[in-house]
Write a protein that binds this ligand. Structure first.
Ligand SMILES: Nc1ncnc2c1ncn2[C@@H]1O[C@H](COP(=O)(O)OP(=O)(O)O)[C@@H](O)[C@H]1O
Ligand SMILES: [Mg+2]
Length: 359
């Protein structure tokens, strides 16, 4: 989706990806297959580029640092990617910088988690390499303790939140900054993935302003150039706690392609290329539904239920070109534009139930 934006500016995008059949390979100016965690693969790939950026933070930051030393523009800056790769470092960064976040303890083993019965209910999170809910375990009581991670992790107080929201901010080299209006994320109860997203979030003006201010303060304190998604909890007392951050286009910004004046993908490109940032204003209220691989189906992907959606006003289908579906794999998304909020919610539910990815 970043490439789709880049095409409009005659910018050539080269891609490094471990999957030889990565869907974007046919629209990239150049495609190199290689491991993102491998020093040589990343370094050799980056040597031919003018500006280097990422779409996944699990990448070899030593190679990126070397490229940066040799004068390449690497955004977000490698030391920031490194910090964000580790949820433990992220949390310590919030503490140091007075950014409100849920209380936590660092742990290194299951046995160590088990010693903190008095800290429950809590959430145990892997320090590194968790994503889309893999690497997060809710621990309510002693019985749940067996789910604890046998690895460097953190134990965080379970937040009884009212809503989960996200704000995507962008910053270019000149220090210009923008924020997309807060969105509301509704998570799948089992898969821990965003099931529905609504824009704008139904929150008060003052909470919205606080959320934007928080996200802007995070990107400024990081002194980061690029796009940063800031996931937050709104507590029942109306307080904002930062959950986690992602230094790239994010699931909570997919709707911006149709629903905002500038999409997050274009904003990402603009920020890392030091172009003027685009207007983030809302064109229409919107919902976004992830199209996840249906549970119980693995194999060549088939889409069910598209025809009805296509005949309805304001529905935009995005299929990612992944050949193989697996349970809960992100295969695409649907954006729905609708000003009437009740109707918007109905349509989101309706098309989530009707469009299925099976094998
Ligand atoms: N401290 C917490 N209290 C309550 N729910 C949480 C907490 N931390 C995470 N969660 C839930 O788990 C989801 C995934 O956690 P997160 O840290 O964002 O991991 P991931 O990297 O998988 O997105 C969150 O979006 C939220 O729904
Ligand atoms: Mg998350």
């Amino acid at each position: 989706m970043v490439i789709q934006s880049a095409i409009n500016y005659n910018v050539d995008i080269h891609i490094l990806d471990p999957d030889p059949n990565t869907p974007c390979k046919d629209i990239a100016a150049k495609f190199v297959q290689g491991k993102l965690t491998d020093f040589d693969a990343v370094y050799n790939f980056g040597k031919d580029c003018d500006v280097i950026t990422i779409e996944i933070e699990h990448v070899n930051t030593e190679a990126l640092t070397q490229l940066e030393k040799e004068g390449k523009k690497v955004f977000p800056q490698p030391h920031i990617i490194k910090l964000i790769q580790d949820k433990r470092e992220q949390k310590q960064f919030y503490l140091k910088n007075n950014i409100s976040t849920a209380e936590f303890i660092l742990t290194d083993s299951k046995a160590e988690v088990q010693r903190h019965l008095d800290f429950l209910p809590a959430v145990n999170k892997l320090g590194k390499e968790g994503y889309d809910g893999r690497g997060v375990q809710v621990i309510l009581d002693e019985a749940d303790m067996q789910k604890a991670f046998e690895a460097p992790s953190l134990l965080e107080k379970l937040v009884d939140f009212e809503k989960e929201i996200a704000v995507i901010v962008a910053r270019n080299e000149r220090g210009e900054m923008t924020a997309f209006p807060p969105v509301e994320c509704v998570f799948h109860p089992v898969a821990n993935l965003v099931e529905f997203l609504f824009s704008p979030a139904e929150i008060s003006g003052s909470i919205s302003a606080q959320a934007i201010e928080t996200a802007q303060s995070v990107i400024q304190k990081l002194d980061m150039v690029g796009l940063l998604a800031v996931e937050m909890f709104v507590t029942r007392e109306g307080k904002i706690l930062v959950n986690e951050i992602a230094p790239r286009p994010h699931n909570s910004g997919h709707h911006t392609i149709e629903a905002n004046f500038t999409s997050q993908f274009e904003q990402h490109l603009r920020s890392v290329m030091n172009m003027p940032l685009g207007d983030t204003g809302i064109r229409s209220a919107a919902a976004m539904v992830n199209l996840l691989g249906e549970d119980g189906y693995t194999g060549e992907a088939m889409v069910e239920g598209l025809d009805e959606a296509l005949s309805e006003k304001g529905i935009y289908i995005h299929l990612y070109g992944k050949k193989i579906t697996k349970p809960f794999r992100k295969m695409g998304h649907v954006t729905i534009l609708e000003e009437d909020i009740e109707e918007l919610k109905n349509k989101a539910k309706k098309y989530k139930d009707r469009i299925k990815i099976k094998a």
